[in-house]
Design a protein around this ligand. Sequence first.
Ligand SMILES: O=C(O)Cc1cc(O)ccc1O
Ligand SMILES: [Fe+2]
Length: 442
Amino acid sequence: MPAGEKLQYLSGFGNEFSSEDPRCPGALPVGQNSPQKCPYGLYAEQLSGTAFTAPRRENRRTWLYRIRPSVVHEPFIPVQTGPYEHFNGVDWNAQPPNPNQMRWLPFDVPTARTDWVQGLRTVCGAGDVRSRHGMAVHVYVCNAGMTDKCFYNADGDLLIVPQQGTLHVLTEFGRMDVAPNEICVIQQGMRFSVQVGGPSRGYVLEVFDNHFQLPDLGPIGANGLANPRDFLTPTAWYEDRELEGYTVVSKYQGHLFEAKQNHSPFDVVAWHGNYTPYKYDLAKFMVINAVAFDHADPSIFTVLTCPSHRLGTAIADFVIFPPRWSVQEHTFRPPYYHRNCMSEFMGLILGRYEAKEEGFMPGGATLHSMMTPHGPDAQCFDVNTKALLKPERVAEGTQAFMFESSLSLAVTKWGEETCQKLDANYHKCWKSLRKHFDPSKP
Ligand SMILES: O=C(O)Cc1cc(O)ccc1O
Ligand SMILES: [Fe+2]
């Protein structure tokens, strides 16, 4: 891709899109999906994102018109060793359960050449990829592009949150640039390859059950939070590249496999459908909050949700804590102390998080597990119980986020030990919370 090229996108969430690479006008068949012969000698291939019989409002599929069908490849062989070890075949039972509050210092970006797939590490998760129920949280740390290599996940969808470095993501649907403070979603089965401009780090939420949706807005009305038109899908772009030894890496049933083929898989000249990758700029989020008193629950900041079968209960919500005005009167404004029946994994993209000004750093993370108490540190409590409550900008230049899950998450050996980033001192940030109780002073 020429450096600095401004990419074109299609706007909308879950729309029925259609796109043709401008080099091949008329590449999309008219009036049917599978003509006897496709324009330009292309092959037609359907990518299904839901059961054929899923209700129409949930049904997702895309028709790809490509130079060769995806089936033209050598057999898959397991990736046994090497840099993938932490991401390959994670066993949630490997570590004894640990309900403690956890905080990780920023994960190190390696100096040795590491591409996006090689740099993926699993931190925590739950569930089972075979029965398609569960989720996982990964981080990636890399410094090099994927050379003649693409990746796809047969196990579920990936929501990618860059924290450092723009990702140049080439997909079968076209190209996306995803900078810190933007996210992208690459759904089950979609092939993609990531190029980077230097040291890069970020977070990945993987969900096995379902695709991500926009949350219902209820009494908020027809507009607000993440607006559908701000989700951007790539436009068709192909390369006709023949080479020996192109590698397709597959994550299938939690394990990595690779298959060689003699051409680029990014040979889709045109496509149409409603099953696509997409990106979203978090700065476009329309923030809603309490404007009189009290602290609203963080669900008001939900960007995307992956629902479970239990009404209103997510496999995982992607929630952000964006810059905003804080105006509540006679209120302790920061997050309240709480114990949650959900698991809360948090990361920091930019700046500082209001409940913990120290110790929780960009590129680091926290995990507050199911029913594990947490809340503002002692300093945050002191400052905010005394503060003069004027309207105030909060989280300026900041973006924290949360992956909140109804599943009880296991932490991997890499997360707890190998990464060596777990901060043993985290619990101390609450230690100096003093008793203020005085029965003589109502
Ligand atoms: O624990 C956290 O910092 C996340 C969080 C923020 C908030 O405003 C309310 C509840 C909550 O879990
Ligand atoms: Fe919380």
